[in-house]
Design a protein around this ligand. Structure first.
Ligand code: CP
Length: 306
């Protein structure tokens, strides 16, 4: 296992199964953990070029709970990027003010570019439709806590599998844990070919289907996603698929009693609030798990946890 101190977190594919399990073990130690001296004098910079509630605020909360400080922005129009400064230069500047950077950016590959520019750890808070590795760590943590295992589960991914970066990261991670995967989407929003080729190469059993009701009885976990309107090049294409699936009480009549339903959130209309209090729903716990998981990642890359 590689050490974590000073390490970038760009893609879940950069982590072995053993390393992923180590992050989850470390996160357990950070549940309900408050220590105002652990990251004292450490500075986190949060650079958000796209909107976020959970990722940015759970990183910031984790840093505050551990005694660290935070600088950053969530509206790049108010920074010198709007005067034409490059991403490379911006990262070179911000690394002079901080010990670790979390960045969300609309362009795929931007996090890897930032990591090349910086000499401090870069954590990818989502790069376009590509990857969202810290979400994957918290998704796995949530699956482990709610199912008692992450091995050999039948996992359904529902909705926007083309643009959903959380799906791309989680499918890659679950391929290390022997999952059987069901990709449930309209034809227009199927998984990208590079992810499919990866799964084939790894010998993973998977199914690409459109029928939610026929598939949901088989599942241990259903990972629901929002159709990502903002990533469609043509608004007319979004109109064709919006509202195509809805997880609600009528669907729950067909599922195993132990099914757990996750969603990275935000939701629009694909996940009915009528199921929020059902024992299947774990998406609010999932969002809350962002704090211990991101605290663990900060502590690991800053070298105060091993
Ligand atoms: N799940 C997630 O990434 O949420 P935010 O966009 O609110 O950060």
């Amino acid at each position: 296992m590689k050490g974590f101190k000073g390490r970038d977190i760009i893609s879940i594919s950069d982590f072995s199964k053993q390393e992923i399990l180590h992050v989850l073990d470390t996160a357990k130690n950070f549940e309900n953990y408050r220590n105002p001296s652990l990251l004292k004098d450490k500075m986190l910079a949060t650079l958000f070029f796209e909107p976020s509630t959970r990722t940015r605020m759970s990183f910031e909360a984790a840093m505050h709970f551990l005694g660290g400080r935070v600088i950053g922005f969530s509206d790049a129009r108010l920074t010198s990027i709007s005067k034409g400064e490059s991403l490379w230069d911006s990262i070179r500047i911000v690394e002079g003010y901080s010990d670790v950077i979390v960045m969300r950016h609309p362009f795929e590959g931007s996090a890897r570019l930032a990591a090349e520019a910086a000499n401090i750890p870069i954590i990818n808070g989502g790069d376009g439709a590509n990857q969202h590795p810290t979400q994957t760590f918290l998704d796995l943590f949530t699956i482990y806590k709610s199912k008692g295992t992450i091995d050999k589960l039948k996992v359904g991914f529902l909705g926007d599998l083309k643009y959903g970066r959380t799906v791309h990261s989680l499918a890659r991670a679950l391929s290390l844990f022997g999952a059987e995967m069901y990709f449930i989407s309209p034809a227009e929003l199927r998984m990208p070919s590079d992810d499919i080729e990866h799964l084939k190469k790894e010998g993973i059993v998977f199914h690409e289907v459109e029928d939610l009701i026929g598939t949901c009885p088989k599942l241990d976990v259903l990972y629901t996603t929002r159709i990502q309107k903002e990533r469609f090049p043509d608004a007319a294409d979004y109109e064709k698929v919006k509202g195509v699936y809805r997880v609600d009480n009528s669907m729950l009549k067909h599922v195993k009693p132990e099914l757990k339903i996750l969603h990275p959130l935000p939701r629009v209309d694909e996940l009915s609030p009528e199921i929020d209090n059902s024992p299947h729903a774990v998406y609010f716990e999932q969002a809350a798990n962002g704090v211990p998981v991101r605290a663990a990642l900060l502590a690991l890359v800053l070298g105060v946890a091993e």
